[in-house]
Design a protein around this ligand. Structure first.
Ligand code: FE2
Ligand code: FE2
Length: 281
């Protein structure tokens, strides 16, 4: 079976080049790729989780994906955990609720004959919300109840494994506490792939029997000069092939899709500056 992972679409009610890129992607998937399933690994909407117009507009655009679509939220959809959340946008019950009203449950299990897909809300991890405790209970129960021998693909917005030894100025992965707990729980299952977004770059690394896949964004490339591993700095998507119990993943370009940076989206760069400056006061 063929599963496509898209990520970091950062869609806005304003439209613009990121929407044009998304429309190209959706048409390419519907007409040329024809996947069995599509997973969106978060940052659906552009920047602010409370922007209802962005959310509604993004919801409409995701309907252009004709294959069954599974969605996990990113930090720009529901906020981040912790006191150092980007631009002070902390994950809250209301924000997750608004996301779920538009896109469905923030964590889910999807069974097929070839594989089991599991998606979780990485932004709840270490948040201390009741929803976090509920999700941990759900993860434990779900992983304890998997069909024997069927490969598992696990999706979340932030990377599960540590991204860098250097301390970063924002949350780049799920952090050590959630990572240790998740890895212990994942130990006993037929884990073959862990797909995330958030870093706006592609990388594939072998982790035991599983591949760790950083999906590229479709919206814009990460600004240069960060301390993180470079990976492949191109916009596109990931195509997974599941066959005979094994999972392979490959980076794919969308024909004709421009390689946008925030320099091409000056109002996004400006909005980022405004949000982060307001949070710093
Ligand atoms: Fe993003
Ligand atoms: Fe993100």
């Amino acid at each position: 079976m063929k599963i496509v992972q898209i990520s970091d679409t950062h869609l806005t009610a304003v439209g613009g080049p990121t929407e044009a890129a998304f429309r190209l992607l959706a048409r390419h998937l519907a007409e040329d790729v024809r996947p069995d399933l599509v997973v969106h690994s978060g940052d659906i909407q552009v920047l602010h989780p409370d922007d209802a117009a962005d959310r509604a507009h993004a919801r409409g655009l995701l309907d252009l994906i004709t294959a069954p679509l599974l969605v996990v939220p990113g930090n720009h959809d529901v906020g981040m955990p912790g006191v150092d959340a980007w631009a002070g946008l902390t994950v809250t019950d209301e924000r997750v609720g608004a996301h779920e009203a538009a896109f469905g449950p923030d964590h889910w299990r999807h069974d097929t004959d070839d594989a089991v897909l599991i998606g979780i809300d990485s932004e709840l991890l270490s948040s201390g919300l009741q929803r976090e405790a509920d999700q941990w209970r759900w993860i434990e129960a779900t992983l304890a109840d998997l069909p024997e021998g069927r490969p598992v693909l696990f999706f979340l917005h932030k990377p599960l494994w540590a991204v860098s030894d250097e301390p970063a100025d924002h949350q780049v992965d799920v952090g050590p506490v959630a990572r240790d707990r998740l890895l212990r729980l994942l130990e006993g299952i037929e884990l073959r792939a862990v797909g995330c977004g958030h870093l706006h770059r592609y990388r594939q690394v072998q982790r035991g029997r599983a591949i760790e896949v950083w999906a590229p964004a479709t919206a814009f490339l990460a600004p240069g000069g960060d301390e993180l591993p470079e990976g492949r700095q191109e916009l596109g998507y990931v195509e997974y092939t599941v066959a005979d119990g094994e999972v392979r993943a490959e980076f794919r370009l969308v024909p004709g899709m421009p390689q946008l940076t925030t320099d091409d989206l000056p109002w996004v760069a400006e909005a980022i500056e405004t949000l982060t400056a307001a949070a710093a006061v």
